[in-house]
Write a protein that binds this ligand. Sequence first.
Ligand SMILES: CC[C@H](C(=O)O)C(=O)SCCNC(=O)CCNC(=O)[C@H](O)C(C)(C)COP(=O)(O)OP(=O)(O)OC[C@H]1O[C@@H](n2cnc3c(N)ncnc32)[C@H](O)[C@@H]1OP(=O)(O)O
Ligand SMILES: [Co+2]
Length: 134
Amino acid sequence: MIGRLNHVAIAVPDLEAAVAQYRETLGADVGAPLDQPDHGVTVVFITLPNTKIELLYPLGADSPIAGFLAKNPAGGIHHICYEVADILAARDRLKAAGARILGSGEPKTGAHGKPVLFLHPKDFNGALVELEQV
Ligand SMILES: CC[C@H](C(=O)O)C(=O)SCCNC(=O)CCNC(=O)[C@H](O)C(C)(C)COP(=O)(O)OP(=O)(O)OC[C@H]1O[C@@H](n2cnc3c(N)ncnc32)[C@H](O)[C@@H]1OP(=O)(O)O
Ligand SMILES: [Co+2]
C-alpha cells in the first residue's frame, strides 16, 4: 500500500534561519515559503535528488505544531509522508486495522494540492505519519 517517501517534515523555531542554513550551509535547492492556513503552518520545501524535506513553521493561533515546538524548542523531525495510490482505500484499510485517522477522518488538500491524511503517532511507533495520494 505505501509507496515512495514523499517528504520528511522538520518543525523549526526560526524559518528564515532554517532556510538560510539549508540554502547556504547545506547548498540545497530551497523553495519559497508557502502559507497553508487550512493546516496552520507555513511550509518550505527543499528538493533533494530522491525526496523532499518540508520545513514547518506555525501559522495562526491554533497551529497543530505549536505543542510540538513547545516540547521541542530547538525544533525536530515532525512527520514522515508516504505516497499512496488511493487514499480512501488506504484510510479504510487502516481503520479496519484499528489505526486512528487524525482530524475529521476525511482527506484534506495538502501542500502539493493532493489529498492527505495523518495517522496518530502512538499507532506507528511514535512517528506521525502523513499519507499523500499521488
Ligand atoms: C500543508 C500540509 C502539509 C503537507 O505536507 O501537505 C503538512 O504536512 S501540514 C503538517 C501539520 N499538520 C499536522 O501535523 C496535522 C496532524 N497533527 C496533529 O493532529 C497533531 O500534531 C497531533 C494530534 C499529532 C499532536 O497534537 P498535540 O501535540 O497538540 O497533541 P499532544 O500533545 O496531546 O500529543 C499527543 C501525543 O503525541 C505526541 N506527539 C505529538 N506530535 C508528535 C509528532 N509530530 N511526532 C511524534 N509524536 C508526537 C506527543 O508527544 C504526545 O505524546 P505523549 O507521550 O502523550 O506526551
Ligand atoms: Co507534510
